[in-house]
Ligand binder design. Structure first.
Ligand code: ADP
Ligand code: MG
Length: 237
C-alpha cells in the first residue's frame, strides 16, 4: 500500500527526520488558511504540492493543460491560484500512465532554500535477505536513470536486520554525501531516522528524493526531507 507524501512525512517526523513546515488541504476552503499559516511562519515561498500515489509530479501536466504538479508561490493569493488549477484535476506524470490521477489533496509547504539535493532510500533487498540503504548525490533526478547511466554514483549499505543501522553505517552514508561538521551530524541523525521509519512501519520502501541541504533564515544550513514516498508491506498491514 502506498501513502501520500504528507502522511509519509508525518511518519518520518515521528522518527526524528527533519521535514518542512507543511499543512495538507482537501478543499479550496482549506487552502487559504493553510497558506496563510505558512506565510505567517516566516516563509517567503509557499510550495503547492499535488498529492497522488505517483512520482514525477513536478514535471507532470494536468489534463487541463496546466503545467506542473508542484508549484512555488510567492504569495498566499498565488498559492490559492495554483490550488484552483490542481484540486479535482487529473495530473499525468511519467509514473501515472496516460490516464493520470485525480488530485484530491494538496500539501502546502514552506518553501526551502535548496543548496544541494540528494537521494536516499531504504528498501528490502530480497536477493540478499537484508534491508538496503541506497544513497546518491544525484538527488531530484530519476534514480532509475542514474542507476543505468552512472551506477557508480549510487552508494549501497546493507543492514543487519537483527541489529538495525549501526552508527558507523549511518556515518559512512553521511560521508558518501560529502557532509561535514554540523551537517554531518544532522545527516547521521536523519539517515538513522529514515532507517528506523522503514523498520517501525513495516515499509517495503522509504524514499527521499530529494533529501536536501537547505539554508535557514539565519543563514545556517541543515538537512531536510523535501519529498518522501513510503510503501507499506500489505502482509504486515
Ligand atoms: P516529484 O518528485 O513528484 O516531482 P517533489 O516533491 O520532489 O515531487 O518536488 C519536485 C521538486 O520541487 C523537488 O525536486 C524540489 O526541487 C522542489 N521542492 C519540493 N518541495 C519543496 C519545498 N518545500 N521547498 C522548495 N522546493 C521544493
Ligand atoms: Mg521527488
Amino acid at each position: 500500500m502506498n501513502i501520500h507524501e504528507y502522511q509519509a512525512k508525518q511518519l518520518l517526523a515521528k522518527c526524528g527526520v527533519a521535514v518542512p513546515f507543511e499543512i495538507p488541504a482537501r478543499s479550496l476552503a482549506e487552502v487559504r488558511p493553510a497558506a496563510e499559516k505558512i506565510a505567517a511562519s516566516g516563509s517567503a515561498k509557499i510550495v503547492v504540492k499535488s498529492q497522488i500515489h505517483a512520482g514525477g509530479r513536478g514535471k507532470g501536466t494536468f489534463k487541463s493543460g496546466f503545467q506542473g504538479g508542484v508549484k512555488v508561490a510567492s504569495s498566499v493569493d498565488e498559492a490559492v491560484g495554483y490550488a484552483e488549477k490542481m484540486l479535482g484535476n487529473v495530473l499525468v506524470t511519467k509514473q501515472t500512465g496516460a490516464e493520470g490521477r485525480q488530485v484530491r489533496t494538496l500539501l502546502l509547504a514552506a518553501g526551502a532554500k535548496i543548496k544541494r539535493e540528494f537521494y536516499l532510500a531504504v528498501l528490502l533487498d530480497r536477493a540478499n535477505s537484508r534491508p538496503l540503504v541506497m544513497a546518491s548525490t544525484e538527488g531530484g533526478m530519476d534514480i532509475e536513470e542514474v542507476a543505468e547511466k552512472s551506477p557508480e554514483k549510487i552508494f549501497k549499505e546493507w543492514i543487519d536486520p537483527a541489529v538495525g543501522i549501526m552508527p558507523f553505517q549511518a556515518r559512512k552514508i553521511a560521508a558518501a554525501f560529502g557532509l561535514k561538521g554540523d551537517l554531518f551530524n544532522a545527516g547521521v541523525k536523519l539517515i538513522t531516522g529514515v532507517y528506523n521509519t522503514w523498520w517501525e512501519c513495516d515499509a517495503t520502501m522509504v524514499e527521499l528524493n530529494p533529501l536536501c541541504i537547505v539554508e535557514l533564515a539565519d543563514g545556517k544550513e541543515t538537512v531536510m526531507a523535501l519529498d518522501a514516498k513510503i510503501s507499506l508491506d500489505d502482509n504486515a498491514l
